[in-house]
Design a binder for this molecule. Structure first.
Ligand code: PGA
Length: 251
């Protein structure tokens, strides 16, 4: 049985002061709900406050990106060691917004995944097809390719620290959710790709989340699907009551 993982992706929202208030509020909502892992992936500058406020609660803190080098002349970048030092446990890598607006490629995603894992972080690897790719009937090919490229060179053992988030790009922030069947089917494609690279057992143990307009209303149906092991939630993670309902649905 795979444990469900519910992760919030705050994107570029909330100041450090707002973070403290929000995590305090959220921890009341999530208290005692220990049948799933609960993560808040916050902006870099909010990390210290988030870690402090989450101490002693069941909320774990993640970052939204990490650089692939250990240190050096990379202005504006943050290393895995810096994140670990602050108490970060998770990091989102390869989000479609990074791919779309910040030049992230399958190759740099792979480098970041390896750097994060070597440092001891748990990776939330994002993949997903564009609307045009779905309409062209190449969703399966795109998902397999992205999965294989991102996980290139990893060991089976390292896969224990990799969560994959299937996020159809057309569903992110659009209010257009994949149907439960579409989400399940895509997560299975990803699981099959993991089995091809590693083996069936590794694939069966890999947590594969759905992300893309998951909210308090549709979470239960999506999370009930066999291959959907959790959610990566943007908009609805910024409201504690809504996030709490999604966490409830994962219980
Ligand atoms: P959304 O974002 O829930 O606002 O669609 C999901 C994500 O980008 O991870």
């Amino acid at each position: 049985m795979r444990k469900k993982v519910i992760a919030g992706n705050w994107k570029m929202n909330k100041t450090p002061a707002e973070t403290t208030v929000f995590i305090n509020e959220l921890s009341k909502v999530t208290a005692g709900k220990n049948n799933c892992d609960i993560i808040a992936c916050v902006p870099f500058v909010d990390i210290q406050n988030a870690v402090a406020a989450a101490k002693g609660t069941n909320i774990k803190i993640g970052a939204q990106n990490v650089h692939f080098e250990k240190s050096g002349a990379f202005t504006g970048e943050i290393s895995a060691d810096m994140l670990l030092d602050l108490g970060v446990e998770y990091v989102i890598i390869g989000h479609s917004e990074r791919r779309q607006y910040f030049g992230e490629t399958d190759d740099t995603v792979n480098l970041r995944v390896k750097a994060a894992l070597s440092a001891g972080l748990i990776v939330i690897l994002c993949i997903g097809e564009l609307l045009a790719q779905r309409e062209d009937g190449i969703t399966s090919e795109i998902l397999s390719m992205q999965t294989k490229k991102a996980l290139k060179g990893l060991t089976k053992d390292q896969m224990k620290n990799v969560i994959i988030a299937y996020e159809p790009v057309w569903a992110i922030g659009t209010g257009k959710t994949a149907t439960a069947e579409q989400a399940n089917e895509a997560c299975l494609i990803v699981r099959d790709a993991v089995a091809e690279i590693f083996d069936k057992e590794t694939a069966e143990n890999t947590i594969i989340q759905y992300g893309g307009s998951m909210n308090a209303k549709n979470a239960a149906e999506l999370l009930a699907m066999e291959n959907v092991d959790g959610g990566l939630i943007g908009g609805a993670s910024l409201k504690s009551a809504d996030f709490g309902i999604i966490v409830d649905a994962a219980q």
